[in-house]
Design a protein around this ligand. Structure first.
Ligand code: GLU
Length: 473
């Protein structure tokens, strides 16, 4: 690629299942690379395997990318739709003598391999049709094979793995067109990447072997080879292949668990890529910093603790309105009831104190109980224990002071300390009953934050309700 050409990356998932965590990371790396360089990020659905590809999987992939905020440029490309163009390239190579028609039957190929095995030779198929005189060609079904280089070496200059050298005598004359004239997947990938102007291919290292074969097509067509970066796969915390137990789930499951998308992006970026010691960063920083040289050679290990930690930091740093919007999306995808106007306003006002120390949306919602629960509150078991007769008495004596207080944090702190002192207790002793009265819970934001968010009237109403002894049954 010339120095001033625009960067074009792509994500090319096969729509055979949900967008799993490895695929999401591949998409993210390509997105960051392009977005950080004013380039383009394209999306191609590799749907040539008609048996295994489903529209539901395509929809799940698009939804997952949408949630992660990985926007792509242009239309979604369907690989299957390009079959004619892929075949055209094979025919061009045929016409140029860089590919040939092979009439070998399956039985002949099997016999070749059996003999090679018996004689201790390589079982790579060598077709007798490669150099046959076209006049000798039968009127029979054939496949089109590329003429692989037979001597020398193929070197893949990989940005992560370094130079990977393959001896050309290990490459066979790969099939380009099947006997029914349909193009093979490997051809489709190269033609699409070329036609889409892809300059950088970042993908899992399970595709490294394909790169050597794909090189043959680039060379035969005299096309520029893209920059390749084959990234190590993700492993579980124990270093073993990632399994469901480890977190090999569809990204929509992470959304349903309540991880914010920004935290997820940050975590996925750190999964196999690093920028010094930076753990927490914004999208803008990631776009600016992301480079292929920061990708590690050994498999990254998936770690839920780290994910949660970063998500907590992103929730704390988020803009209140944006966080509320994402929270409402979370309620929607999990089938929870939507916020009415009053609760939405309450959440908006409370967000500043809810977002501290919440690692996920369920944790944030738990802290928001004082806003979300209907009144009169039904204290949970721990909160109910705080409302013993002595505590209720203290709350009752606090009430007239609060009725006369101006509703500022400073004054609320002063009033409550004074009443605690009058009762000969530390404020900490009063905080439990206050939490119980204002939220019906033992774990809440600070009592002053709750009072400020609820306002004077509602605070007094809740104190009055909590001061009444529960009925004995
Ligand atoms: N469709 C392939 C996959 O989902 C990716 C191919 C590529 O990136 O070249 O694994």
């Amino acid at each position: 690629m010339s120095a001033n050409a625009q960067v074009v990356t792509r994500f090319a998932p096969s729509p055979t299942g949900y967008l799993h965590i490895g695929g999401a990371r591949t998409a993210l790396f390509n997105w960051l690379y392009a977005r950080g360089r004013g380039g383009k990020f394209l999306l191609r659905i590799e749907d040539t395997d008609r048996e295994r590809s489903t529209p539901e999987a395509t929809a799940a992939i698009l939804k997952g990318m949408d949630w992660l905020g990985l926007d792509h440029d242009g239309e979604v490309v369907s690989q299957a739709a390009g079959a004619e163009r892929h075949a055209e390239v094979a025919h061009q190579l045929l016409a140029e003598g860089k590919a040939y028609k092979c009439f070998a039957t399956q039985d002949e190929i099997t016999a070749f391999r059996d003999a090679a095995r018996a004689e201790g030779r390589s079982t790579l198929y060598r077709s007798p049709w490669r150099d046959a005189d076209p006049a000798t060609q039968p009127d029979a079904p054939y496949v089109v094979r590329i003429k692989a280089p037979q001597e020398g070496e193929t070197v893949i200059r990989d940005q992560v793995q370094g130079d990977v050298t393959i001896r050309n005598d290990q490459l066979d004359d790969m099939i380009l067109l099947r006997s029914d004239g349909t193009p093979v997947y490997m051809l489709a990938v190269v033609v699409d990447d070329h036609d889409m102007g892809v300059t950088h291919v970042i993908r899992g290292d399970d595709h490294l072997n394909n790169a050597a074969r794909q090189m043959m097509i680039y060379d035969a067509m005299d096309w520029d080879v893209p920059v390749w970066a084959h990234i190590p796969l993700i492993h579980g915390p124990d270093g073993k292949k990632l399994s469901k137990r480890h977190g090999a789930l569809g990204v929509e499951e992470y959304q349903a668990m309540g991880y914010p998308a920004a935290g997820m992006r940050n975590y996925l970026a750190r999964l196999g890529w690093s920028h010094g010691d930076d753990e927490f960063f914004t999208d803008d920083q990631a776009k600016e910093w992301f480079d292929l040289s920061g990708i590690g050679k050994s498999p990254a290990r998936f770690d839920f603790k780290k994910l949660e930690n970063l998500c907590g930091q992103h929730i704390a740093a988020a803009d209140d309105a944006a966080l509320l919007h994402e929270l409402e999306q979370f309620l929607d995808v999990t089938g929870a009831s939507a916020l009415n106007d009053e609760k939405r306003a309450g959440m908006g006002a409370a967000m500043y104190c809810l977002k501290e120390r919440a690692k996920t949306f369920p944790e944030l919602i738990e802290k928001a109980h004082f806003v979300l629960a209907d009144t009169p509150l039904e204290p949970d078991e721990k909160a109910a224990k705080q409302l013993d007769p002595v505590s209720r008495g203290i709350l009752a004596s606090l009430t007239p002071h609060l009725q006369n207080a101006s509703w500022t944090r400073h004054e609320l702190e002063a009033v409550t300390s004074r009443v605690a002192e009058e009762h000969g207790i530390k404020f900490g002793k009063m905080a439990g009953p206050l939490r119980a009265a204002l939220a019906g819970r033992a774990v809440t934001p600070s009592v002053f934050d709750m009072m400020l968010v609820l306002g004077q009237q509602e605070t007094l109403t809740r104190l009055a309700q909590a001061s009444v002894a529960p009925e004995q049954d």
